[in-house]
Write a new protein. Structure first.
Length: 188
């Protein structure tokens, strides 16, 4: 079902990027420029009414690579034909060339997937504490499970009390510094 959602339809054309075609019986006679289109017509990529054009080497000898372009008649186009797909024959196997969108989508998916894996791996080596901030360790950080005891629940409260007391002291110092500066730089 997933393949059907990702396939692109243009008229009666269906993209078959994951499909390849080989006919060993036909290839036993040899694949040349003269019989390459006949070979393509045997594949699932070809349907009646398609216009196909062969591009390849100029020699009529056996060739390793051919490019086949498939068109359909379209009166709305200025040439009267619309490009459907491009295929290539490599050592007797026919493949469909992906379009630019599919190629970029696949490459971007791979990049994002690899970045996600890197981030997940890096996250194992990073720890955070309020006192020290973020720290990167040389070994994976083990998550510490909090023990449920009366002593553990009291310790943070003591730390908070000390922090509140320091904040009040700092605020008083700051207020006195501001008052001293106002007296020193008093504008008449």
């Amino acid at each position: 079902m997933e393949d059907e959602e990702n396939d692109v339809y243009i008229g009666s054309h269906k993209d078959l990027y994951a499909t390849s075609f080989v006919d060993e019986e036909f290839l036993s006679t040899g694949l040349t420029k003269e019989n390459a289109l006949e070979y393509f017509r045997r594949s699932p990529f070809y349907s009646e009414g398609d216009l196909v054009e062969l591009e390849g080497s100029d020699s009529s000898e056996s060739c390793e690579f051919f490019k086949i372009v498939k068109y359909r008649k379209d009166e709305q186009e200025k040439d009267g034909v619309a490009l459907l797909a491009v295929y290539y024959v490599l050592r007797g196997t026919i493949y469909q060339c992906p379009d630019l969108y599919s190629l970029l989508k696949y490459r971007m998916y791979n990049c994002v997937s690899l970045l996600n894996q890197s981030y997940t791996e890096l996250k194992k080596y990073v720890s955070f504490s309020v006192a020290n901030g973020h720290r990167i360790e040389s070994a994976p950080v083990q998550e510490k499970e909090e023990e449920e005891s009366d002593v553990c629940s009291v310790i943070p409260l003591i730390g908070e009390a000390n922090a509140l007391q320091r904040n009040e002291e700092n605020q008083l110092r700051l207020d006195s510094m501001i008052q001293d500066m106002e007296k020193q730089f008093q504008v008449a």
